[in-house]
Design a protein around this ligand. Structure first.
Ligand SMILES: C[S@@+](CC[C@H](N)C(=O)[O-])C[C@H]1O[C@@H](n2cnc3c(N)ncnc32)[C@H](O)[C@@H]1O
Length: 257
């Protein structure tokens, strides 16, 4: 799993609740977050899948211990997490739960802010998964957490906006080849919250971003290309509201949920 420690204009840290131990320290209003199912109960689906895809899921205790290694980031609403072999979301679900605890702490008293920052928390979580059933489960597991927390139903704009975000951020594809299942380059949506209900979005190619981190490790390689050339988005969107995200064109998502 990779995290992005880059700072954004408006910091949304809320390290007001520790996750170890839990759930005693989970504040009122987020019990749903703390008790929703933690993905598959078995760590293996079939022996064949283990042999073919190395599919062995991580147990909950180990997920928690690993997230505790990046505790502050996992509890920051807008810190970015990418899980390049996300399975059905054992890590991503727990990251979302931690972020939602921070949302509750910081914005729990205002329904408007709570809803928008909860969506921002979801927007900061990314996954790639080779197998279609796993990525579908991952999206459904993430959506369950958010809908339970915000008490949404399927007709709500926020529910549909969250479904759209998940269809963009959780990609059915090959993380090694950095291609979607139908051979397109994987793009990553950089979301930001502008305030007053508006979100911004810029898309970047994953292979270009991955090159940039290799280059930045070696200054002499990075310099000729130039940072400005690496961080050119493939697409920049106008600011969007929840209703606009909910109504995003059906043919635009990379994947239907
Ligand atoms: C060891 S499991 C881990 C799943 C999840 N991260 C967890 O910890 O529970 C590895 C997952 O990576 C997926 N996978 C294998 N090769 C992949 C690739 N090249 N790109 C994306 N996902 C891949 C498998 O389908 C499987 O779901």
């Amino acid at each position: 799993m990779a995290t992005n420690k880059a700072t954004s204009k408006k910091k949304t840290d809320a390290p007001c609740v520790s996750h170890s131990p839990r759930p005693q320290q989970v504040p009122d209003g987020v019990q749903g977050v703390a008790t929703v199912s933690n993905g598959p109960s078995s760590l293996v689906k079939t022996k064949q899948r283990v042999a073919d895809h190395g599919e062995v899921f991580t147990p909950a205790w180990m997920v928690e211990a690993m997230l505790d290694l990046v505790k502050e980031e996992s509890e920051r609403i807008d810190s970015r997490f990418l899980e390049p072999a996300c399975g059905s979301g054992n890590f991503l679900v727990q990251v979302l739960k931690r972020k939602l605890v921070a949302v509750q702490c910081k914005f729990g008293k205002s329904a408007f802010e709570k809803q928008h920052y909860a969506l921002l928390a979801l927007m900061s979580i990314y996954g790639i998964e080779l197998l279609a059933d796993n990525i579908a489960e991952c999206r459904a597991n993430m959506l369950d957490i958010l809908t339970d927390y915000l008490n949404l139903d399927a007709s709500d704009n926020l529910y549909r906006a969250a479904s759209y975000v998940l269809s963009q951020n959780l990609v059915h594809g090959d993380a090694l080849k950095m291609r979607t299942h139908d051979g397109q380059p994987i793009t990553v949506a950089e979301w930001g919250y502008l305030g007053k209900g508006k979100f911004q979005r810029r898309d970047f190619r994953l292979d270009v971003l991955a090159c940039s981190s290799a280059y930045s490790a070696e200054d002499d390689l990075f310099s000729p290309l130039g940072r400005h050339e690496i961080f050119i988005p493939t697409k920049t969107y106008p600011p969007m509201t929840v209703s606009e995200l909910a109504a995003a064109p059906a043919d635009e998502p990379k994947e239907a949920l």
